[in-house]
Design a protein around this ligand. Structure first.
Ligand code: DX5
Ligand code: ZN
Length: 224
């Protein structure tokens, strides 16, 4: 039996203390594997978030790689900009791009890992052709746009399906939306290796929480 893959945690910078961001980033860097940067355009999603100034603060205070979640229309117009700002993973939404395969190739050509995000209502079937082009797949467990929403239980079936496909194609499977320690425990055995954590991480002491999550994993089947 192959051993379970290690857990990677992506704190959501949207949920960090923006009044004291430099210090928050330095603190989180002790255990964060990536920083998750939510970029919202007020059109693809009904909210605006994270511009270049925040990227610069994060970059100036940490060497942890950036995972950029683009919730924007026509992402191909902006991927080079975010690569310049330090993105290591660039994730786009298929619903926002009429030239999906071309944009994924553009991201790879820029030297970043290409990712796609699947909204709760978007099926695996609609993106199966491009899965071999992706190094990262982000399964949304809330409708994108806001932190602090309720986890949508019906997304778990799709996560199971993506877990199997991640073995076949070799992409990292990540979840985003109201993830907490219990959800990591539930979803890691399904093949999810990467976890965006927002609200739940900042309810308590974030570095301790990340250590506890990683320390308890891999979970034995009796823990489930
Ligand atoms: C939602 C964002 C998430 C969000 C996560 O549109 O994509 O990354 O910041 O926050 P929580 O964990 O509170 O759902
Ligand atoms: Zn996100």
């Amino acid at each position: 039996m192959t051993p379970p893959k290690p857990i990677k945690i992506h704190p959501s910078v949207l949920c960090a203390d923006h009044g004291n961001l430099s210090q928050a980033i330095r603190h989180l860097s002790q255990e964060a594997d990536y920083f998750h940067m939510d970029v919202m355009d007020g059109s693809f999603v009904p909210n605006f978030a994270i511009g270049a100034e925040i990227f610069k603060i994060v970059r100036q205070n940490s060497a942890v790689p950036l995972d950029v979640h683009l919730m924007i229309r026509e992402p191909s117009r902006h991927v080079a900009f975010f690569r310049e700002l330090g993105a290591e993973i660039i994730t786009i939404h298929p619903e926002a791009d009429t030239q999906l395969a071309a944009t994924l190739a553009q991201i790879r050509k820029l030297g970043a890992t290409a990712g796609i995000a699947l909204n709760p209502g978007t099926s695996v079937e609609t993106v199966k052709e491009v899965l071999p082009l992706c190094g990262h797949v982000l399964a949304m467990t809330v409708n994108p746009g806001f932190a602090g929403q309720d986890f949508l239980e019906f997304t778990v079936e799709k996560i199971k399906e993506l877990g199997k496909l991640s073995e076949k194609h070799g992409f990292a499977l990540c979840v985003d939306g109201n993830i907490n320690a219990e959800r990591v425990r539930q979803l890691h055995p399904l093949g999810v290796t990467n976890f965006v954590i927002g609200t739940a991480l900042f309810k308590d002491e974030p570095v301790e929480m990340m250590r506890a999550i990683k320390g308890h994993c891999p979970f034995s089947p009796t823990d489930l």
